[in-house]
Design a protein around this ligand. Structure first.
Ligand code: CA
Length: 364
């Protein structure tokens, strides 16, 4: 009898909810007004058809078109199709195009603090970055950092922890890094330089030939899936892990602030939720493709090796020196570094008894 009564009450409440829902606030998208169509352009830092990133961005545009019933049409251009890849930030900032996709650390020359919004040496993994961004104040800081440039950023994609890179000789001690010419951009490169190495800047397309010809002794790229496609296993034998320099690189969606403000609320939410969804899916695609690619690489005779603990311990110490030096040079870097560090310290403690502890338990 009680059960029947409960079902009856629930049914009554449900029907009441439908009837008494407050009317939705009206905005420019209200059904009775002719729908305004927004035709936007989006540029990326990726080569055409670049798997996961470029393909993921194209899917993002398609999803938005469907969800908005054709009211927001985004035409996506790969790097170089409309503007050179590294002009993505300026093109969106100036309003030449409305949207862009890339990595915040590409803009380190303009905004040193931007590096914290992608990945920094010995920083947080993808899960840590997502919690910092969405619920730890990271995204607010990011928006504040980009506001003077007329940009609204969103996290949109993550590589997961990258690999340490391809080496032509074994790294047994810190001394093996001395004089090592390695393609390793950004803060990671600065850490390597502190260890006596020679970091080299080089675009993705040049890496294979440089490694194969001995112009460089080592390189990092992304992870098994992208590294295999680049053929790096044919140019170096030792594949080291983990990618201490990029433990969970966040990719960014940037929207021109004026263009963003011109969107009605429902389209804004569609963009935001599509970015959230792409953020999850890109990481999932990386994870799924990396595990198959790793098997493939092993079958091709690649030696997968872990950096000795003494080496990563030393690099971790040197990274602290690099952070302190950069923070002393730039107040923006200093501010974001402080917030990042405070969150990471708590995250590391929790992680030690959750994800890391569980990974230890699973280890064979
Ligand atoms: Ca990388």
């Amino acid at each position: 009898m009680k059960k029947i009564l409960a079902v009856f009450i629930t049914a009554l409440l449900l029907s009441a909810c439908g009837k008494n829902e407050p009317p939705l606030p009206k905005d420019a998208s209200a059904a009775e007004t002719p729908a305004k169509v927004y035709n936007w352009k989006m540029v990326t830092t990726w080569p055409p058809n670049f798997p996961i990133f470029q393909t993921g961005v194209e899917q993002f545009a398609k999803d938005i078109k469907t969800m908005s019933n054709g009211r927001l049409n985004i035409k996506v251009y790969a790097g170089g199709e409309l503007v050179p890849p590294l002009q993505t930030f300026d093109a969106v900032s100036s309003g030449t195009v409305q949207m862009g996709h890339g990595g915040a650390y590409y803009w380190a020359g303009k905004i040193p603090a931007a590096q914290f919004f992608t990945s920094v040496p010995f920083g947080m993994n993808a899960q840590g970055m997502n919690s910092w961004m969405y619920y730890g104040g990271g995204l607010d800081l990011w928006r504040e950092t980009y506001a003077p440039h007329g940009l609204v950023p969103f996290p949109m994609g993550n590589t997961g922890v990258q690999m340490g890179g391809w080496f032509n000789k074994k790294i047994n001690t810190v001394d093996d890094l001395k004089g090592l010419k390695m393609r390793l951009p950004g803060l990671g490169g600065k850490v390597l330089a502190k260890a006596g190495g020679n970091p080299v800047l080089m675009a993705g397309g040049e890496i294979y030939t440089a490694l194969e010809r001995g112009v460089i002794d080592a390189t990092e790229w992304v992870g098994p899936f992208h590294d295999e496609r680049l053929g790096l296993y044919r140019a170096a034998k030792y594949y080291y892990y983990p990618g201490w320099h990029e433990p969970g690189s966040v990719m960014e969606l940037i929207v021109n602030k004026k263009a963003w403000d011109s969107l009605p609320n429902d389209l804004k939410m569609i963009v935001e939720k599509a970015a959230d969804s792409t953020n999850v899916r890109m990481l999932a695609e990386f994870e799924a493709k990396n595990l198959d690619a790793l098997e493939d690489l092993k079958a091709k005779g690649v030696e997968v090796l872990k950096f000795p603990t003494a080496v990563t311990d030393e690099l971790k110490k040197l990274a602290q020196t690099v952070f302190e030096e950069e923070a002393a040079k730039d107040p923006g870097f200093n501010k974001v570094y402080g917030a990042f560090k405070a969150f990471q310290e708590k995250n590391t403690q929790w992680n030690a008894i959750s994800e890391s502890a569980y990974a230890e338990v699973l280890k064979k």
